[in-house]
Design a binder for this molecule. Structure first.
Ligand code: FAD
Length: 307
């Protein structure tokens, strides 16, 4: 079986951007995607110039349509295992296998959401992770910030730009006295405790019940979410960079996006804390260009010259 040039695992912004670069470079590319992007619940993607507020699945639909002229195949499914065999990578999808000269991991990360009652109804609507993505939509609401670890004070100070009615829950964070005093001087209410449940009407957050039973009426929340890597990434033996928000760390890459394993690249959320659609698109595109360049320098792998 002739290997394809590039297997892209994950069809989110990072993977599809790499597919566009390499498809346009006349590479034979397959994208395998399990169809569960992190932001699927969000009503719109923000901070994406030219497409501000586009629905996440509409962004994907358009990206897939853009790939139609090129030698890029899209397969719905999940790569369950991946191993290197001589000069190629072999991927298993159910009963099927695919072999490729190069692989790009663009599988994103897994958000470890707390099991608070009310979170699934409000997550991505009035409970958010990133104020740059949804601060504008939540502006001037009574806000709660929780789970930002050592960055809590810095995060809360920044959040005041979107609302002056702000409560900070310290949770497990040991907030230094000077930082607490600074926040209080800015009119931020600082409280001890953890959320235990969220009250809501539909997707609208109306209050946060704390672990001591106190109810804080709040209209939106910014939650620092812990993450882990996908099972596929966990099983590969990749070098990782310690990351306080990811229990596995994030995938270490060099400036070209290469991991420590041969002809295995990574792009997008799995290898950065800068987890944004625009960053994932930029990283995927850059990796795509580098992969094409490296394949071009390998005489046995000329571009497919189709179509
Ligand atoms: C609620 C929420 C709202 C957000 N809103 C915004 C926003 O407004 N603006 C913004 O810039 N950013 C936003 N983000 C961040 C943004 O979603 C991510 O930074 C971006 O999606 C990362 O792209 P990616 O391609 O790395 O991963 P993803 O978009 O997560 O795509 C990874 C894909 O890989 C697939 N996959 C995983 N494992 C496998 C496997 N083994 N085989 C095949 N496929 C697999 C997944 O199913 C998924 O489809 C938001 C995040 C969240 C959680």
């Amino acid at each position: 079986m002739q290997p394809i040039d590039l297997l892209i695992i994950g069809g989110g912004p990072a993977g599809l951007s790499a597919a566009l670069y390499t498809g346009r470079a006349r590479r034979r590319v397959v994208v395998v995607d399990a169809g569960q992007p992190r932001h699927a619940v969000a009503e719109g993607v923000h901070n994406l110039i030219g497409m501000e507020g586009i629905a996440p699945m509409e962004l994907r639909r358009r990206a897939w349509a853009d790939l139609a002229p090129f030698d890029v195949s899209l397969r719905q499914g999940r790569v369950e295992a991946l191993h290197h065999d001589g000069d190629r990578w072999i991927a298993r999808l159910g009963e099927d296998t695919l072999s490729a000269r190069a692989v790009l991991l663009a599988v994103g990360v897994v958000d470890l959401l707390p099991d608070w009652p009310g979170l699934s109804a409000t997550w991505g609507h009035t409970v958010h992770v990133c104020p740059f993505c949804h601060g504008w939509e939540m502006r001037d609401r009574p806000l709660l910030a929780y789970g930002q670890g050592d960055h809590l004070a810095q995060f809360a100070t920044m959040l005041r730009s979107w609302s002056r009615d702000l409560v900070v829950l310290t949770g497990d964070t040991m907030l230094p006295d000077a930082e607490r005093a600074s926040l209080e001087a800015q009119g931020v209410v600082v409280r001890a405790g953890h959320p235990a449940a969220l009250e809501h009407q539909g997707a609208e957050l109306t209050g946060v019940v704390l672990d001591d039973g106190t109810l804080l009426p709040r209209g939106a929340m910014f939650l620092g979410v812990r993450q882990r890597q996908t099972e596929l990434v966990r099983g590969l033996g990749l070098e990782m960079v310690p990351d306080p928000f990811n229990e596995d760390g994030h995938v270490k890459t060099d400036e070209m996006g290469r991991t420590n394993l041969p002809m295995l690249w990574a792009a997008g959320d799995l290898c950065t804390r800068m987890q944004q659609v625009s960053s994932a698109i930029a990283a995927g595109g850059g990796r795509g260009a580098m992969i094409h360049a490296i394949l071009s320098m390998t005489p046995s792998t000329p571009p497919s010259m189709t179509p």
